[in-house]
Design a binder for this molecule. Structure first.
Ligand code: URA
Ligand code: SF4
Length: 246
């Protein structure tokens, strides 16, 4: 039986096997990649509603991160969002306020999406791989991400976003099970997953906003900020094409 501790697949994708095929479906992107992660399915979602998942998370002690938290950081944004953004885990400000992406990186994330008129009050649902702050802002361990995945799976099932944005390598690893994702290579690509919980959703890795904070802006078209600008425009296009189809 698939253990509950495994997130979206028990098998790790590697850079070599993650890209099974490339297609030219979207005129806006050069390629979209298909990831094989078909071991999970939404029947594995433990909770009957988002509310039930949130209630459980608020008192969760399933991993050691519960020891250092001030608040469980479940989500922000709207529950009928078409776009879900998944980050890594709460930092200090998030832990204190109980909301994701409210510190410096979060403010930058808000600015990036505001540049294409998308915001958390009207369009976005924002959450993280782990709901409790890792000590000294270290990356969450695999076992912590796995323990917390039951909440994330419920969030994906019940929010049912058409677009999932993975901010940074930890989110890519947690969702797509790519062992050592090269974010500089895969950012800005639409990825499809065969995982039933992820199927029919457009998934795009982007740089984590804190990575951008560490890089000075420059005019080089290859600068991380320039790429982020390009990626968010692509996200907006995909969002607009969804709303056109309604
Ligand atoms: N970084 C993250 O990945 N998530 C947050 O909520 C804040 C900072
Ligand atoms: Fe529970 Fe997730 Fe917090 Fe760990 S990080 S204690 S699994 S809510």
């Amino acid at each position: 039986m698939e253990t509950q501790l495994n997130l979206f697949s028990s098998e790790k994708n590697t850079d070599e096997n993650v890209i099974l095929s490339a297609s030219e479906e979207s005129p806006n992107v050069k390629k979209s990649f298909v990831v094989d992660a078909s071991h999970n399915d939404s029947k594995n979602v433990k909770y009957k509603s988002l509310e039930e998942a949130k209630t459980a998370a608020m008192v969760c002690k399933k991993c050691a991160l519960c020891n250092g938290r001030t608040n469980v950081v479940f989500s922000d944004g709207i529950e009928n969002a078409k776009i879900m953004i998944i980050g890594e885990g709460p930092g200090e400000n998030e832990d204190l306020q109980g909301l994701p992406f409210v510190g410096r990186a979060g403010q930058l994330l808000d600015k990036i999406f505001a540049s294409v008129n998308l915001n958390r009050k009207e369009h976005l649902y924002i959450c993280n791989i782990v709901k409790c702050r890792p000590p000294n802002n270290r990356a969450p361990l695999e076992e912590e991400a796995n323990a917390c995945s039951e909440y994330l799976k419920a969030q994906i099932k019940y929010i049912d976003p058409k677009i999932i944005i993975l901010a940074g390598a930890v989110a890519v690893k947690g969702i797509l099970k790519i062992k050592d994702p090269k974010i500089t290579k895969i950012r800005g690509q639409w990825i499809e997953s065969k995982d039933p919980l992820l199927a029919n959703r457009k998934i795009m890795p982007i740089f984590h906003p804190s990575y951008l904070l560490r890089h000075e802006w420059n005019k080089n078209p290859d600068s991380p900020k320039a790429m982020m600008w390009k990626d968010v425009q692509e996200i907006k296009k995909a969002y607009e094409s969804l709303t056109r189809c309604e």
